[in-house]
Design a binder for this molecule. Structure first.
Ligand SMILES: C[S@@+](CC[C@H](N)C(=O)[O-])C[C@H]1O[C@@H](n2cnc3c(N)ncnc32)[C@H](O)[C@@H]1O
Length: 220
């Protein structure tokens, strides 16, 4: 198995500076999701609402849009934020300050330990396509997260695929551009390989394809 270089890992998160974060909701979740990836943010919000718990860890938080807009089962959920990028952590923590989130700066490709209780739900929305390697290499992410999930906890999210889907001309161009820059690493990503990695580690696994996006969940 290949190990991602620090440069490859860095490229997957370095772009999220304060300017990119300020434009992210409109450009990525608004325009790109609707027109290029053909999976509207509304659909991902519905996915959050199905699986979010009152004891939730979100990894690869970006701007925290879904945490801000989804419906938690109670008014006082425990929420933890995990990301390698401190700008994203700060932006999201401020946005959902009403929930007093725990904040952890971690590289999800390294094994994870935190000085706190395990979680009942873990969201990894739009994280996997930013992490270097193919799914056999990215699979360690599920090992790292499984270790901090309670029995029967659920992991869920969405990821942009490049194989086995039909991106339009603009989507193909943008995906190639992002892959060349290292912002995306999804040139080998397909639903079968994602399912294989989830099946190895979880008992209940489901993947739904919407446009170029795989929406998935898996239970311990
Ligand atoms: C495309 S954004 C996703 C934002 C948000 N979850 C959403 O659905 O809109 C990807 C996030 O993953 C983070 N990230 C990328 N590589 C990472 C790594 N190796 N470890 C932890 N976080 C990482 C980035 O910093 C960024 O916040």
């Amino acid at each position: 198995m290949k190990v991602a270089t620090p440069q490859q890992v860095d490229a997957g998160q370095a772009i999220y500076n304060k300017y990119v974060l300020a434009a992210y909701d409109l450009l990525v979740l608004g325009i790109s999701c609707q027109l290029l990836w053909r999976c509207p943010a509304r659909k991902m919000k519905d996915h959050y609402n199905k699986f979010i718990s009152n004891n939730h860890l979100d990894v690869g938080v970006g701007t925290g849009y879904f945490l801000d807009h989804c419906d938690f089962p109670s008014k006082k959920p425990r929420i933890a934020l995990m990301d390698l990028n401190k700008n994203a952590l700060r932006y999201t923590a401020e946005r959902i300050v009403r929930y007093a989130p725990e904040v952890y700066c971690r590289n999800i490709l390294d094994s994870i330990s935190i000085p706190a209780e395990n979680f009942d739900s873990v969201g990894i929305n739009f994280l996997l396509h930013c992490v270097p390697g193919d799914f056999s290499e990215k699979g360690v992410i599920f090992d790292h997260l499984k270790a901090i999930m309670n029995p029967h906890a659920v992991i869920f999210g969405a990821t942009i695929l490049q194989r086995g889907v039909s991106p339009n001309w603009f989507a193909k161009k943008l995906m190639n551009f992002y892959n060349n820059k290292g912002v995306f690493s999804n040139q080998y990503d397909c639903a079968e390989h994602l399912k294989r990695e989830l099946d190895i580690r979880f008992s209940e696994v489901s993947i739904e394809i919407a446009g170029c996006v795989a929406l998935f969940y898996a239970r311990k």
